[in-house]
Ligand binder design. Structure first.
Ligand code: NAD
Ligand code: IPM
Ligand code: MN
Length: 357
C-alpha cells in the first residue's frame, strides 16, 4: 500500500532542502516501488504572511492524516518582532506538541571519509557514533512562563522547567530500547546537582533501568560535563538521553563534530505519526542563494523510510548514496576544502541521485 507524505518547507532554506529530499524520495520510489504521494503545506513565517498564523489548523490536520511528515525549517529576522504566539518557531513547537512527538532522535556519526572535516583532532573524532534521544514535548519549552511581571518596580520574566515521572519513564524506555539495538550503553544527562526536575529525572531513569533493562549499561553525566566530554571523548557515547533544553544545546554541539550542522538529520517520533527534519534552522544568512547543504534533510527522509515505513533497504540505499557522494569529493560550501568538487545544493542533490541505486 502506498504512503502519503506531507511536506512542510517552512522558511529560508527550508524550501530548497525539502525540494532536494523530495527528489531523492521520488527516485527511491522509482527504484523500490514504494508508491508515494505528496502534499505540500505551509508553516512558519511563510504561513503567517499568508494566513496571519504560523501553524494553520489545515496543516496540523494534514499531518494527522499523513503517513510521514518531512519538515524543512522555520524562522527569520523579519518575524522576530512578532508576539511569541505568532512567531514562526511556534509552528514547529505546536506540531511537536499537538502530534505528541515526544522523542527526538538525533544521530551523530562521523564517517571516516569526513574525519578531517571535524573540528576535532582525527584521533579524537574517529569512531564517534552517538544517538541523542531528546525529550521533545516537556520541560522548560512547555512549562509555565511569564513574559513580564513587575514587582517593586523590577521587571522579571520566567520559564518553568518541570518533568513528570511518566514523561521521564517513556523517554527512558525509548532510549533503552534504542540501546538494545545498538551497543547497549545509555548515558542519561541531567543537572541533578542543582535542579529538582533533574533529580526526579535521574531517579526515574535508575528505576526504569533496574526494573526493566538491567542488561543495559546506564551511566549519568551532568550536562556541563557532557558538553566537554563531547569535545574530548565523543567515542565514549552510544545512546544519550536528555531533556528538551539540554538536548537542543548538546545536539548542535554534537552536530558540528561531524563537520557541519548541514548534515545532521532527525526524527521526531510519536505514537501515531512522526516528523522528520534537519536539526539546522532556516539559515537566513544563506537563504535564497542555493548553496545550502541538503544532506541533513535527505538523511531525514531516509530516517522516515526506516522508522515510519519499515523500508530499511531503501533507507540504506539513500545513506549509501550520500556517503558515496562525499567519498567522491562533492562538497557544498559549508564542508568545502581546497581540491574538492565544489557544488551548490542542486549539484549535491544531482550527485546523490547519480549514486542512488
Ligand atoms: P541555523 O541552523 O539556521 O544556522 C546556523 C548557521 O549554520 C548559519 O551560519 C547557517 O548558514 C549554517 N547552516 C545551517 N544549515 C545549513 C545548511 N543546510 N547548509 C549550510 N549551512 C547551514 O540557526 P540560527 O542562525 O540560530 O537560526 C536561524 C533561524 O532558524 C532562527 O529564526 C531560528 O529560530 C530558526 N531555527 C529553526 C529550526 C527549526 O525549524 N527546526 C531549528 C533551528 C533554528
Ligand atoms: C531545533 C530548534 C527548535 C528547538 C526551535 C526552532 C524551536 O532549535 O529543532 O533544534 O529549540 O527545538
Ligand atoms: Mn536547536
Amino acid at each position: 500500500m502506498g504512503k502519503h507524505i506531507v511536506v512542510i518547507p517552512g522558511d529560508g532554506i527550508g524550501r530548497e532542502v525539502t525540494d532536494a529530499a523530495v527528489e531523492i524520495l521520488k527516485k527511491t520510489d522509482e527504484i523500490y516501488h514504494l508508491d508515494f504521494t505528496y502534499e505540500w503545506k505551509d508553516a512558519g513565517g511563510t504561513a503567517y504572511d499568508k494566513y496571519g498564523v504560523p501553524l494553520p489548523e489545515e496543516t496540523v490536520n494534514a499531518c494527522r492524516k499523513g503517513d510521514g511528515i518531512l519538515f524543512g525549517a522555520v524562522g527569520g529576522d523579519q518575524w522576530d518582532h512578532l508576539e511569541p504566539s505568532l512567531r514562526p518557531e511556534k509552528a514547529i513547537l505546536g506540531l511537536r506538541k499537538s502530534l505528541g512527538l515526544y522523542v527526538n532522535l538525533r544521530p551523530v556519526k562521523i564517517q571516516d571519509s569526513m574525519i578531517e572535516y571535524s573540528p576535532l583532532k582525527p584521533e579524537i573524532a574517529r569512531g564517534t557514533d552517538i544517538m541523542i534521544v531528546r525529550e521533545l514535548v516537556g520541560g522548560i519549552y512547555f512549562g509555565k512562563r511569564c513574559e513580564s511581571e513587575i514587582n517593586d518596580g523590577v521587571e522579571r520574566a520566567w520559564d518553568v522547567e518541570s518533568y513528570s515521572v511518566p514523561e521521564v519513564e517513556r523517554i527512558t524506555r525509548f532510549a533503552m530500547e534504542a540501546a538494545r539495538k545498538r551497543h547497549g550503553h545509555v548515558t542519561s544527562v541531567d543537572k541533578s546537582n542543582v535542579l529538582a526536575s533533574s533529580r526526579l529525572w535521574r531517579r526515574t531513569a535508575v528505576r526504569v533501568h533496574d526494573e526493566e533493562y538491567p542488561d543495559i549499561q546506564l551511566d549519568h553525566m551532568y550536562v556541563d560535563n557532557c558538553a566537554q566530554q563531547f569535545a574530548i571523548h565523543p567515542s565514549f557515547f552510544d545512546v544519550v538521553v536528555t531533556s528538551n533544553m539540554f538536548g537542543d544545546i548538546l545536539s548542535d554541539e554534537a552536530a558540528v563534530l561531524s563537520g557541519s550542522i548541514g548534515m545532521l538529520p532527525s526524527a521526531s517520533i510519536g505514537k501515531e505519526t512522526s516528523l522528520y527534519e534537519p536539526i539546522h534552522g532556516s539559515a537566513p544568512d544563506i537563504a535564497g542563494k542555493g548553496i545550502a547543504n541538503p544532506i541533513a534533510t535527505i538523511l531525514s527522509a531516509a530516517m522516515m523510510l526506516r522508522y515510519s515505513f519499515n523500508e530499511d533497504r531503501a533507507a540504506d540505499a539513500i545513506e549509501k548514496a550520500v556517503n558515496q557522494t562525499l567519498e567522491d569529493g562533492y562538497r557544498t560550501g559549508d564542508i568545502y576544502r581546497e581540491g574538492m568538487k565544489k557544488v551548490d545544493g542542486e549539484g549535491m542533490t544531482e550527485a546523490i541521485l547519480q549514486n542512488l541505486h
